[in-house]
Design a binder for this molecule. Structure first.
Ligand SMILES: Nc1nc2c(ncn2[C@@H]2O[C@H](COP(=O)(O)OP(=O)(O)OP(=O)(O)O)[C@@H](O)[C@H]2O)c(=O)[nH]1
Ligand SMILES: [Mg+2]
Length: 227
């Protein structure tokens, strides 16, 4: 009885410091004219495969680069680098999310002025990344058809911290008897009005629409900055 809630205090301070760093990053990104997209999801939802396809397709017409977070290994950076885009792995050791300071450190020495898009793949986790602003313009939450339609209801925080939901691995939907109606309903229940994209990185289904969406967001962001 009576001992102060120290853990809560420390957590609040960490989050506050993260917000300060994220704000500085966002200003840096905007002055360089780079549009930053982060990807969050549970492990294995298809972030890296989706991002490798994205980088490969965008690389033809845009300056693109990526950071990718995992507790350990350079595996995802090696996969993403096949796109020919500059890529850096961030290993977090024991942390289940990226923090703004890690992004800031990873970008040291990079000239952002040559970039149109910077992508940040977060550590695979449906809980931890929710509270950490990385200075991104757009946060995508991925959910694969094999994970079950109830995930938005069980993990509402991540859907509330994201801007757009991306349902991945649509090529497997029929095999797992995926219920699109239930998924749409569950996303809208936790986040009314949320935009939902549907993609298969394997077959390419939905990628053209997604790339058009990104290009439009880049244009809108630059038009806003120019005003
Ligand atoms: N059928 C199918 N498989 C996919 C698709 N996208 C990814 N996969 C497979 O799903 C598995 C996980 O994909 P990753 O891209 O590594 O997933 P991730 O979200 O980056 O995983 P972590 O970084 O570990 O969180 C791999 O075996 C991929 O080949 C897809 O669109 N269709
Ligand atoms: Mg990955």
């Amino acid at each position: 009885m009576g001992s102060p809630p120290r853990l809560v205090e420390v957590r609040k301070n960490v989050l506050k410091q993260n917000d300060v760093t994220a704000r500085a990053l966002r200003e840096q990104f905007h002055s360089a004219g780079v549009f930053v997209v982060s990807l969050v999801s549970s492990p294995g939802s298809g972030k890296t495969m989706f991002l490798e396809k994205t980088l490969t397709l965008l690389h033809r017409n845009f300056g693109v680069a990526a950071l990718v977070g995992d507790l350990a290994t350079e595996n995802d950076a090696v996969r993403l680098a096949r796109s020919q885009a500059p890529v850096k792995q961030i290993t977090t050791g024991t942390l289940c999310h990226l923090e703004a300071a890690m992004v800031q450190r990873a970008l040291e020495g990079w000239d952002l002025n040559h970039l149109d898009f910077l992508f940040i793949e977060n550590v695979g986790n449906l809980v931890c990344p929710s509270s950490y602003d990385l200075g991104e313009d757009l946060r995508l939450v991925l959910i694969s058809v094999t994970e079950g339609e109830d995930k938005p209801l069980k993990y509402p925080t991540i859907f509330n911290s994201a801007d757009v939901a991306v349902v991945t691995k649509t090529d497997l939907a029929e095999a797992v008897e995926f219920d699109w109606h239930a998924m749409d309903g569950n996303i809208q229940a936790v986040r009314p009005g949320m935009q939902v994209l549907k993609v298969s990185a394997k077959t390419g289904e939905g990628l053209a629409e997604y790339l058009g969406f990104l290009a439009a967001r880049l244009d809108a962001s630059r038009a806003k900055t120019a005003v």
